[in-house]
Design a protein around this ligand. Structure first.
Ligand code: NAP
Length: 249
């Protein structure tokens, strides 16, 4: 039935997830549950129902889908959240429902950029020259590998502090995106940064650090994205809504 109300599970944690939930709830055609891993405590709640915490792997997610009578999963997780995307694809397949993903386009270097691409965090840590004063924006989960390099100075920006002790050669900057270009220029200048480390997250809310790096002629070590499953993917909120509408038409 084309007008039947459906239940959509949005795997959240991104700006796009919140926009998708808010749009779907405002349209009022379907019921929406957004789930968060629970990694941060200061998130902005979207419209609709909210589930906080992991599901317990693929099997746990499949059980959740069946118990909550979910009709479709929208995987709008972060480009580096590979495990939940793999679980979402497998659990949706096992439960016999569709899973659509939103893949935010990666950033591309512009003229004047000095980027070096690396495959993962380990390769990134290895690529940092001794004595560097590095602005690290990888979040708190993987910051330990940078803290372990006591021959560099680390300015680590993240939303909430890590579970680890911060060593003497490192400094935390606790802040939530978006960041203005002026804020990024000021941080690079004040902290005398000579190298930027970033995941290739894409999107607008943290792009300004790359513009500031270009202006300061700073080299950037750019960590490539992990592989995601081959599920149907859209590149923006509007397109995933089109996929959802077509699926239920
Ligand atoms: P992950 O490694 O793919 O997921 C690990 C586990 O967390 C999953 O297996 C799942 O637990 C739970 N989980 C993740 N997302 C969930 C969601 N939306 N709802 C419910 N449970 C969820 O992802 P991650 O640990 O969130 O992050 C991995 C990487 O992505 C990190 O590098 C992190 O910095 C980056 N990340 C960045 C942002 C951001 O900047 N906005 C946001 C998220 C992640 P169960 O197996 O128990 O279900």
């Amino acid at each position: 039935m084309p007008d039947e109300r459906k239940r959509i599970l949005i795997l959240g944690g991104t700006v796009e997830a919140r926009n998708l939930a808010n749009t779907l709830v405002s349209r009022g055609r379907h019921d929406v549950i957004t789930s968060f891993a629970g990694a941060t405590t200061t998130r902005k709640a979207p419209k609709g129902e909210v589930h906080v915490g992991g599901f317990g792997g693929t099997e746990g997610l499949r059980t959740f889908i069946e118990r909550e009578r979910i009709d479709l999963v929208a995987d709008t997780t972060h480009p580096f959240a590979a495990r939940i995307s793999a679980n979402a694809a497998a659990a949706s397949h096992a439960a016999g429902i569709a899973c659509f993903r939103l893949d935010r386009p990666p950033w591309e270097p512009q003229p004047g950029d000095d980027w070096c691409f690396v495959a993962d965090i380990d390769a990134c840590v290895e690529a940092i020259p001794a004595g560097a004063n590095v602005f690290v924006t990888v979040g708190r989960q993987e910051i330990g590998a940078f803290f372990a390099r006591d021959d560099i100075r680390v300015v680590a920006r993240m939303i909430e502090p890590p579970a680890l002790e911060v060593p003497a050669h490192a400094e935390l900057v606790l802040a939530r995106p978006p960041f203005s270009l002026d804020e990024e220029r000021a941080l690079i200048d004040d902290k005398k940064i000579d190298l930027l480390v970033s995941k290739n997250s894409g999107g607008e809310s943290t792009r300004t650090k790359l513009t500031a790096a270009r202006e300061f002629s700073l080299p950037v070590i750019m960590i490539e994205r992990p592989a995601k499953p081959a599920t149907v993917a859209a590149s923006c909120v509007e397109d995933i809504i089109t996929l959802i509408d077509r699926h239920f038409a």
